[in-house]
Design a protein around this ligand. Structure first.
Ligand code: B12
Length: 283
């Protein structure tokens, strides 16, 4: 039985501004055995400190202790890189530090990817994803692509800084049901809109369910540009993608009913989270 560890909670990460000992005193990962809690905090600090030579060692140790790849990605890897983002924003970190931390994430994902892909169930559909033109961020997009593959999708990942015409080419070649645009910069999020406009101009809009995601992206942005679904994280993106190729497969891209159904999935998830939090509080 793999270890079940809570990763969905909105954790307070203030300790990550200080040091490892402070992290050990928080209640984050307290539902894990003591040695796993310690390992998770070591991994968080490994990513924050950008000590990429050691990342794979921590990852392998956790896997040996039956922690799942998903728990590692949604747990200590997510909290570690979130703190890196905070430090960058506050000018406590500059590009070289962020690049070292990104290297840790990439090394960890390289080990975890085959494990996630091995979960692949029966073929459910095809997705084309890419980070839009001008944007080099790809950690989150890679995670989304991996989770979609595990859920049974064939994923064509076009990489980073993908111009609209490359999306069009890939859509014509692979005939996906879904296309996903990632953007991490406020200066590149507009390329999601531009790419969607080209898709529409090429007469491909109705064939495709258009997903958008990335740190500056929101449901409001998704609504504004007329995309079908916003994915705040990889898990919700998978839920929405699955719904698109099963019970909603008859709806065309851009249909108001599709948009409404995507919002229902967000609502259901919020309700489930609230119920789980209430149950944990009562227990
Ligand atoms: C790592 C990083 C880098 C690395 C990227 C390495 C790589 N290969 O990806 C490097 C060092 C290269 C980098 C460069 C830059 N960066 Co940078 N970077 C980050 C950082 C710290 C983490 C991003 C990350 O990987 N997060 C972890 C992943 C798991 O999260 P995520 O990407 O959000 O993905 C999740 C969801 O958003 C969603 N999702 C993502 N994509 C998609 C797609 C679809 C279809 C769906 C459904 C869902 C979805 O699911 C994912 C998984 O749950 C962020 C901080 C932040 N808060 O995001 C800054 C950040 C994005 N960077 C920033 C900046 C400014 C830059 C630079 C311009 C800096 C510079 N002066 O040169 C350059 C830009 C270069 C370029 N042209 O792209 C700013 C952007 C600010 C803004 N408002 O635009 C941020 C927010 C930092 C900050 N707070 O100031 N960066």
């Amino acid at each position: 039985m793999p270890l079940q560890i809570e990763t969905e909670k909105d954790f307070d990460l203030e300790d990550l501004q200080y040091d490892f000992e402070d992290s050990m005193e928080t209640d984050r990962w307290n539902d894990a055995p003591a040695e796993i809690k310690e390992l998770f905090h070591l991994l968080e600090w490994n990513i924050i400190d950008g000590e990429h030579g050691d990342t794979v060692g921590f990852i392998n140790e956790a896997l040996k202790a039956t922690v799942t790849a998903r728990t590692l990605i949604a747990g200590p890897m997510a909290t570690g890189i979130a703190e890196v983002g905070r430090r960058f924003k506050m000018d406590e970190y500059f590009l070289p530090e962020v690049m070292m931390s990104a290297k840790c994430m990439h090394e960890a994902l390289a080990v975890l990817k085959p494990l996630i892909i091995a979960e692949k169930s029966e073929e459910v559909g095809t997705v084309v994803v890419g980070t839009v033109q001008g944007d080099l961020h790809d950690i989150g997009k890679k995670i989304v692509a991996m989770m979609l593959e595990a859920a049974g999708f064939t994923v064509h990942d076009l990489g980073v800084t993908v111009p609209p015409e490359k999306f069009i080419e890939a859509i014509r070649e692979h005939k996906p049901q879904i296309v996903g645009f990632s953007a991490l910069l406020t200066t590149t999020m507009n390329m999601q809109w531009e790419t969607l406009k080209v898709i529409t101009a090429e007469g491909l809009r109705e064939e495709l369910k258009v997903f958008v995601g990335g740190a500056p992206i929101s449901q409001a942005w998704c609504d504004k540009i007329g995309a079908d679904a916003y994915g705040a994280d990889a898990l919700i993106a998978v839920d929405k993608a699955k719904a698109c190729v099963t019970r909603l497969s008859n709806l065309k891209g851009g249909a108001p009913e599709l948009h409404a159904a995507m919002l229902d999935i967000d609502r259901e998830r919020e309700e489930a989270k609230a119920e789980a939090a209430a149950a944990a509080g009562a227990g």
